[in-house]
Design a binder for this molecule. Structure first.
Ligand SMILES: *Cc1c(COP(=O)(O)O)cnc(C)c1O
Ligand SMILES: [Zn+2]
Length: 374
């Protein structure tokens, strides 16, 4: 079985308890050691649920799935070099957040919760709303009023109650906190089951490379939900002897909001205080990532680094990537801009570098229209 363990005081709770944080207010981690055998994948579904035995849902009947995932790992060549890019913009709700939401909302169903609240810059809200619709679970989603119109429409279309909060992303989080006093908080930041879903990114990459770890994985760092899943996934695979090492984890932040990159450069264990400036990368504009210390530790232990990108670099990469036929949202363009910098500044010849298209361009057409040359 498995337990929830408080990151602050160490208190443990049953893995199926209806709590999203410790009595002391601390963040919960999940102690879970999967028993996964890659030799037994014959006949497994072509989705992230092919790793069923590595996912902590007890009863199959509780699984909420659209048969999502196992996205193509596509070679894409930029002037700086070649990347292997996971096409996570092809998920049912249009972003990789479906990985986390599928597992987290399955657990919500398993523990008998019928109503949830969530806050997000947009895409996590879309994903939680989609799986709530699938599972017949009521949900209230809090997002900044400035989020892309496509995301706001999508959340409402799935039948969720939308709360569009004026002000900053932090104002949105503050608004959800009181709602979460009385309702289960299906948070992609607090809830460790979300990372059990995002870890399938690592499993898929490893399988697609013939059960090998790439040299380097380049991921976004807002709250780091994909980064944390990637680190957890590769750690599990390495511990089980399925891959021989954990790849170097390189994290990308926009220059306009880079509390972790600054902490990394200053040798600090916690994110530094920043005053965020508006950025095209709305999905990773997170001034206070509350698992920031863990993110910094994973990046350092893997021998990785942080890369920051400017607004102009994000814009350029967005437009150039679309001209190659890939329609991604501006937040994703920030990651790819960071990956291009990595290729030109750091990569060695023959290095296998994996990254991801985290979100679909159709999510942010309002913002895109403003960027297109007239
Ligand atoms: C959520 C999201 C990210 C990454 O955000 P984290 O807060 O680091 O998990 C990146 N791109 C898109 C499109 C997103 O929706
Ligand atoms: Zn505690």
């Amino acid at each position: 079985m498995y337990e929830l363990r408080c990151k602050s005081c160490g208190k443990t709770y049953d893995g199926n308890s209806q709590r999203w944080r410790c009595e002391c207010g601390g963040l919960l981690d999940l102690d879970f050691i999967p028993r996964f055998d890659p030799g037994k994948l014959e006949g497994a579904p072509v989705s992230m649920w092919r790793y069923r035995s590595a996912l902590p849902i007890d009863q199959d009947e509780n699984i909420l799935s659209f048969q999502e995932g196992f996205t193509p790992l596509l070679p894409v060549t930029y002037p700086e070099g070649s990347l292997l890019i996971k096409q996570d913009n092809l998920f049912p709700s249009g972003s990789y957040k479906d990985r986390g939401a599928s597992v987290m909302m399955s657990k919500v169903k398993e523990i008998g919760v019928s109503r949830v609240v969530e806050d997000s810059s947009g895409n996590a809200g879309c994903a939680v709303a989609a799986y709530s619709a699938l599972g017949g679970i009521a949900c209230d989603i809090y997002v900044p009023a400035s989020a892309s119109a496509g995301k706001l429409a999508q959340i409402q279309a799935y039948g969720a109650t939308l709360h569009a909060i004026p002000g900053t992303r932090q104002d949105t989080t503050d608004a959800v906190v009181s709602a979460a006093e009385t309702t289960y908080y299906a948070s992609h930041v607090w809830n460790p089951f979300f990372f059990q879903g995002t870890k399938t990114f690592a499993y898929e990459v490893a399988e697609q490379l013939g059960w090998k770890a790439p040299d380097t994985v380049i991921v976004p760092a807002g709250h780091g939900t994909l980064l944390l899943g990637t680190a957890i996934g590769f750690t599990e695979l390495a511990k089980a002897g399925i891959v021989d090492r954990i790849p170097k984890i390189v994290a990308v932040q926009p220059e306009h909001c880079a509390p972790l990159a600054a902490a990394f450069d200053q040798g600090k264990a916690q994110p530094v205080e920043v005053v965020p400036v508006e950025t095209l990368a709305e999905g990773i504009s997170i001034a206070r990532p509350n698992r920031g210390d863990t993110i910094l530790r994973y990046v350092r232990e893997s021998g990785g680094k942080f890369i920051t990108v400017t607004e102009e670099e994000i814009r350029q990469t967005l437009l150039e990537t679309a001209l190659m036929g890939h329609f991604i949202e501006p937040t994703t363009a920030a990651i790819i801009a960071g990956a291009r910098k990595y290729l030109s500044d750091d990569a060695k010849t023959g290095e296998v570098v994996v990254t991801t298209f985290t979100g679909h361009g159709l999510k942010a057409t309002d913002k895109l229209l403003k960027l297109l040359p007239h």
